[in-house]
Design a binder for this molecule. Structure first.
Ligand code: NDP
Length: 294
């Protein structure tokens, strides 16, 4: 068997195009331009690239984009001041504080200070709780992107065995919660899971969000399973340069899986696309307008 490759470029382009059309409609029908503010503290090169890409995508979709940069030495009070200003700004509907934050700034305290209605990353405990009990919530972008890909690839997910490897608040737990809401039978695996390979082998849907290069081998995968590889790991090449790989050993998985997302070029691209979708959802909720479907 050779797995189908799920092309993240195609899926993310579709979500971004839809976002652009929705923004145009909101502007024409309601005079509403969704606005996204991204706060970057420090000069971590990876974070800088992420923030730049988010700004470009936001502007391309016709939204207002604001980028706030603070020095690495910024105090928690300074970061909070920015968050409070953005909370009060009616032209900003989504606030994203790029993580990680420098150690003198309490990450949880900052995330907690964001107005839950503007929390487009979906990390605020109010959104986490609302999602858990099935109320409308802002859903974290990466798992939301994975769910869109899964639904478009498989259709109805009801009754499927889903295994999510990784239990972070950013990916693993919200992913599991979204799959449960789709009526999957969900297992969350983590570093203490016994017989991880055997657990993975049960999965019709296997989501890997671990951060360990190529940990999931071909013989851990049920023949025909759909594999979503969230991992982004940089490993050295023989020529001294580096390359990106996922948490799944892609060449081995290709021989067993039914469909798989590559790294790079898979679900990573969906994160920014879903950020746009979340900003539109947030803008509609704040304006009391019926929100479009993602
Ligand atoms: P975390 O480090 O927060 O969580 C990793 C999870 O993997 C933990 O729950 C941990 O278990 C589990 N784990 C670690 N080692 C093992 C092991 N040997 N066996 C089983 N489980 C293990 O990572 P994130 O969730 O933030 O990110 C995961 C990956 O996804 C990373 O590669 C990251 O770069 C990528 N990522 C990609 C995004 C995108 O595509 N846009 C966005 C966010 C993340 P335990 O809890 O027991 O320690």
């Amino acid at each position: 068997m050779t797995a189908d490759i799920i092309d993240g470029k195609i899926f993310s382009a579709r979500v971004r195009e839809k976002a652009g059309k929705q923004v145009a409609m909101l502007q024409a029908d309601h005079g509403l331009t969704p606005g996204l503010a991204v706060v970057l503290v420090g000069d971590d090169p990876t974070s800088r690239v992420y923030v730049r890409n988010k700004g470009i995508a936001t502007t391309e979709a016709g939204m207002k984009s604001e980028e706030i940069r603070l020095e690495t030495t910024a105090t928690e009070a300074e970061v909070m001041e920015v968050v409070h200003r953005l909370n009060a700004d009616p032209t900003i509907h989504g606030i994203l504080v790029q993580l990680p934050l420098p150690e003198q700034v309490d990450e949880m305290a900052v995330l907690d200070a964001i107005d839950p209605l503007k929390d487009v990353d979906g990390f605020h405990v109010i959104n986490t709780g609302r999602q858990a009990v099935g109320l409308p919530a802002m859903v974290p972008c990466t798992p939301l992107g994975c769910l869109i890909v899964l639904k478009e690839t498989l259709g109805d997910l009801s009754g499927l065995e889903a295994v999510v490897v990784g239990r972070s608040n950013i990916v693993g737990k919200p992913m599991a919660s979204l799959l449960l809401a789709q009526n999957c039978t969900v297992t969350i695996a983590h570093s203490r899971t016994r017989d991880l390979a055997g657990v993975c082998r049960r999965a019709d849907i296997l989501v890997a969000a671990v951060g360990r290069p190529e940990m999931i081998r071909g013989d851990w995968i049920k023949p025909g399973a759909t594999v979503i590889d969230v991992g982004i790991n940089r490993i050295p090449k023989e020529d001294g340069k580096t390359r990106l790989v996922g948490d799944v050993c892609f060449p081995e998985a290709m021989d067993v899986a039914g469909a798989i997302t590559p790294v790079p070029g898979g679900v990573g691209l969906m994160t920014v696309a879903c950020l746009l979708a979340n900003t539109i959802t947030a803008a509609c909720r704040q304006a009391g307008i019926a929100e479009p479907e993602v």
